[in-house]
Design a binder for this molecule. Structure first.
Ligand code: TRP
Length: 362
């Protein structure tokens, strides 16, 4: 069986370092390792519209931002198909049939949907399209017969729901769809990077994100004002690592080689943590180290982005070509689905012949 990746992001803003360590960095590694037969990366504009129906301009403007972030991180259109969800009409068609395989109560139990409904204060006025987006996400994944879906931890319930739809479809209509597996980052920290204020989730409205496209100065300022241990008042005080955002970010970004370059007094992160916990290590020193580490990773991304920002029409051309290629694949799956469901009447010579002879015999 071929190994196929599908994943994507909603274009509601520029991508931040949470997206990066949670999924984007891993996708680029997977792409470059060359072990997958096909990689589809989708800008999920239709899904973004499920909770931004009254603000289509926001979605429209952010498609290019996400594309710029993808390309500047190293996704390569020669090796990965980058496309826009709304341009693949088969996704809507598949969703329409999958809806019959899912109950309302199952959707209500989806933990991601539950959390997002709360976050958006939708409790009494949930748009139906939003409520059913796990179904459309199953269409996204299965349309490409994806075997592997690299995502952050928060998306695990979506993949589980997709797997259920696949099993149900295959049980009712015969083996047609591929059951995908989620691929989450190895380290827990990377699956869920907190905001710079220490809050669990990074979000634009909370203003606690470091964006991939932030300038070096913006990144430095955000790091220097990061949430640490509120009880670590004097340098000599023992410090706590629990919920200490600076150390969480170091867990996600720091490699041993960084110590030689930027903080040679310590051999590795464990030594640095040990000193912090014993007392005698100030927050500013740790933050400066984190800044050096993150700038090293973000600088090449920033540099590529500023190149790419001068090639907007070419990027739309990449997305157009990618969308055309993606449609071809989705159309093949759609044909298989229709055949399995036996709603491909005009291609079903046996059906027509059988009915003709039934009526003919009378
Ligand atoms: N729900 C994902 C997010 O919010 C985006 C997405 C849409 C997606 N369709 C997908 C991710 C299919 C993986 C597979 O980030």
């Amino acid at each position: 069986m071929s190994k196929i990746i599908l994943t994507g992001d909603r274009p509601t803003g520029r991508l931040h370092v949470g997206h990066y360590v949670g999924s984007l960095r891993g996708r680029v590694e997977l792409q470059n390792a060359g072990e997958y037969d096909k990689i589809f990366i989708m800008i999920a504009d239709a899904q973004a519209l499920t909770d931004n129906a009254d603000n289509p301009e926001k979605v429209r403007q952010n498609i290019i931002e996400v594309a710029l972030d993808y390309l500047s991180c190293g996704l390569d259109p020669a090796r990965s198909t980058l496309f826009i969800q709304s341009q693949i009409q088969e996704l809507a068609e598949l969703s329409f049939y999958y809806m019959n395989l899912v109950t309302v109560s199952r959707l209500q139990r989806n933990p991601t949907v539950k959390a997002e409904i709360q976050m958006r204060n939708f409790e009494t006025s949930i748009p139906v399209g939003f409520f059913t987006y796990p179904i459309s996400q199953a269409a996204d994944i299965t349309a490409f017969q994806a075997t592997t879906v690299p995502v952050g931890e928060d998306q695990l319930p979506m993949i589980e729901q997709c797997r259920e739809i696949v099993r149900k479809f295959n049980a009712v209509y015969g083996e047609t769809l591929t059951e995908p597996e989620a691929l989450v980052p190895k380290s827990q920290v990377c699956g869920r990077l907190p905001g710079t204020d220490g809050k669990a989730k990074m979000s634009k409205s909370l203003g606690n994100c470091i964006y991939l496209s932030d300038t070096a100065d913006e990144v430095r300022a955000k790091i220097m004002s990061m949430f640490t241990d509120p009880n670590h008042l004097k340098i000599t005080d023992p410090g706590s690592l629990e919920g200490n955002t600076v150390f969480t970010y170091l867990d996600a970004f720091c490699k041993e080689e960084h110590f030689g370059r930027y903080l040679p007094e310590y051999a590795n992160l464990d030594e640095l943590k040990g000193h912090y916990q014993r007392g005698g290590l100030g927050d500013v020193k740790v933050k400066k180290f984190l800044n050096a580490v993150m700038q090293e990773e973000l600088e090449p991304i920033r540099a590529r982005r500023s190149e790419l920002e001068r090639q907007i029409p070419a990027i739309y051309e990449i997305l157009k070509k990618g969308s055309e290629a993606a449609r071809e694949t989705a159309a093949q799956t759609m044909a298989a689905v229709k055949a399995a469901m036996k709603i491909n009447y005009f291609e079903d010579a046996a059906l027509i012949a059988e009915q003709a002879s039934r009526y003919g015999e009378k």
